[in-house]
Ligand binder design. Structure first.
Ligand code: NAP
Length: 250
């Protein structure tokens, strides 16, 4: 994938008005900030995640700041089946009639370990949550996205999804798979209303990063808010012609 950066992008205040955008992992970290920023720019945001209290806190924050009323979908990607995603897609279709954007952001980093210590349950969980879930969800959502004038599908990768790194085992493999999944969809839906791109957040001040680098000073890291120009660009109409690209958010 060709790499592109747009971190100097300055979004218009109403960039996402009238857009309906689903964000996975919307209760914490980068997904939480993306949901707040999309709503601030006018989007109706569908907040998907596994911890309802966190989703409700984001919901309340959007309402308090005067954003369009969001929706909540409590779903754990670990246990969700194809039928869960089909039911979810039909709920979205019935309620909104279209879907203008999906940010696949939810993800897990199990433990960093030597390759021979990777346990099959941890490997399977990483693949289920980081790859299989987003794949099945996308299959279910594409027909609803095709009802939008233009729709943006964004997958979240990582530096270790492009170059393998010692001890990053399951997570790195799952992010390589994410890039592959995005490329297949981008190629298949080229010249349709659905564009597919990948975002690499880069080192960002979140719970996941702190777990991977416990000794690091988080104040040295970019915050989720710092990344938002790229996330907003990808959901806005300026990126309509971008397809099959990888965006570095830093
Ligand atoms: N932070 C970085 O430096 C960095 C760098 C490169 C790539 N990334 C990628 O960026 C994305 C966001 O990362 P982050 O740093 O914001 O991580 P985070 O703070 O750990 O947040 C991850 C989010 O995903 C949700 N999630 C995890 N497992 C889930 C499941 N089974 N079902 C539904 N939701 C689930 C979490 O929900 P709960 O809050 O309920 O646990 C949380 O809201 C991830 O895809 C990550 O791989 C991050």
């Amino acid at each position: 994938m060709q790499i592109k950066t747009v971190h100097d992008y300055q979004p218009a205040a109403d960039l996402l008005s009238n857009k309906v955008i689903l964000v996975t992992g919307a209760g914490d970290g980068i997904g939480r900030q993306a949901a707040l920023s999309f709503a601030e720019h006018g989007a109706t945001v569908i907040l998907l995640g596994r911890t309802v209290a966190k989703l409700e806190a984001v919901y309340d924050e959007i309402e308090q700041t005067g954003g369009p009323q969001p929706a909540i979908i409590p779903l754990d990607l670990k246990g969700a089946t194809a039928q869960h995603y089909k039911d979810m897609a039909s709920t979205i279709d019935n309620q909104f009639g279209r879907l203008d954007g999906v940010l696949h952001n939810a993800g897990i980093l199990k433990i960093l370990s030597p390759f021979t210590h990777i346990e099959s349950d941890d490997f399977n969980d990483s693949m289920q949550i980081n790859v299989t879930g987003p794949m099945l969800m996308t299959q279910a959502l594409l027909p609803v996205m095709q009802k939008a004038p233009t729709a943006s599908l964004v997958f979240t990768s990582s530096g270790v999804g492009r170059k393998g790194r010692a001890y990053w085992g399951s997570y790195a493999v799952s992010k390589f798979a994410t890039e592959g999944l995005a490329q297949v969809i981008a190629d298949e839906y080229e010249n349709t209303n659905v564009r597919t791109n990948v975002i690499n957040p880069g080192a960002t001040r979140t719970a996941m990063r702190a777990k991977a680098y416990p000794a690091e000073d988080p104040k040295q890291l970019k915050t989720p808010l710092d990344l938002m120009p790229t996330y907003l660009y990808l959901m806005g109409d300026q990126s309509t012609k971008d397809n099959n690209l990888c965006f570095d958010a830093q």
